[in-house]
Write a protein that binds this ligand. Sequence first.
Ligand SMILES: CC(C)(COP(=O)(O)OP(=O)(O)OC[C@H]1O[C@@H](n2cnc3c(N)ncnc32)[C@H](O)[C@@H]1OP(=O)(O)O)[C@@H](O)C(=O)NCCC(=O)NCCS
Length: 249
Amino acid sequence: MPGVDLLGRVAREVRADLNAARQRDPAARGVRAIEMLATWPGIQALLVHRLAHALHGAGVPVLPRTLAFAARTLTGIEIHPAASIGEGLFIDHGSGVVIGETASIGNGVTLYQGVTLGGTGFSTGKRHPTVEDNVTIGSGAKLLGPITIGHGAKIGANSVVVIDVPPNATVVGVPGHPVRVDGRRVEGPDADWIHLPDPVADAMRVLSARVAELERMVGEREGEPPSPNGAETNGHPLRPVQGRNPAGG
Ligand SMILES: CC(C)(COP(=O)(O)OP(=O)(O)OC[C@H]1O[C@@H](n2cnc3c(N)ncnc32)[C@H](O)[C@@H]1OP(=O)(O)O)[C@@H](O)C(=O)NCCC(=O)NCCS
């Protein structure tokens, strides 16, 4: 019977969500399932979402969105009924979590409060992130667009991630960038973003020096005394020597 099958599936998923909370929330040790169902916002939002998603998949109108709205009002967690969520999601604290319509979440994922799995604009179709298995996303992190977060990745609190994240990487910052991959520190020649090479300034400096040398040679031939002001013949520095670098920092 479809209704019984649907309820059975929802019950199995909710049991997996409860187990995930027990394993990953130190505060849940020794707390009974009934108490968690009554007082853990992440569990409540997921329970309602499991039901709303099943009804949405069965083509039931209005009710799935109404359930999602009720869960949002109660918990501060907004999950679109169409969002696909694997087994054992744990949403810690929860308030401010937003999971968009075309988001897809694998198994064993952990989200902290304030996480957004959102779109970047008004595009249609697949426009929200795909989060693979065993990913952890820190509080306040924003993951935007149809990007893929590889399995086992960690996203630092308050990061803004707009490009794909490789598996087992740790990504932090705005914009989010990998600082660890497979536990190893990420090094690169462009790690110093403030003192980037400036090839145009380098070329101007060389030309300026050659002009000064030519002027000196012509002056010598014509018997002119060398310029008393070396700075004039050598040209002005292309960047102020003192004060803040306008490139930032
Ligand atoms: C990213 C995170 C998962 C740590 O992952 P990790 O793989 O253990 O990485 P590390 O702690 O070794 O940190 C790696 C580097 O990123 C930096 N970093 C870590 N988290 C960061 C963050 N949120 N923002 C900016 N930089 C961060 C560290 O200082 C370190 O820098 P270094 O390479 O210069 O030493 C963790 O810092 C985090 O943000 N967790 C979220 C926790 C959370 O939201 N809790 C809410 C509870 S209510």
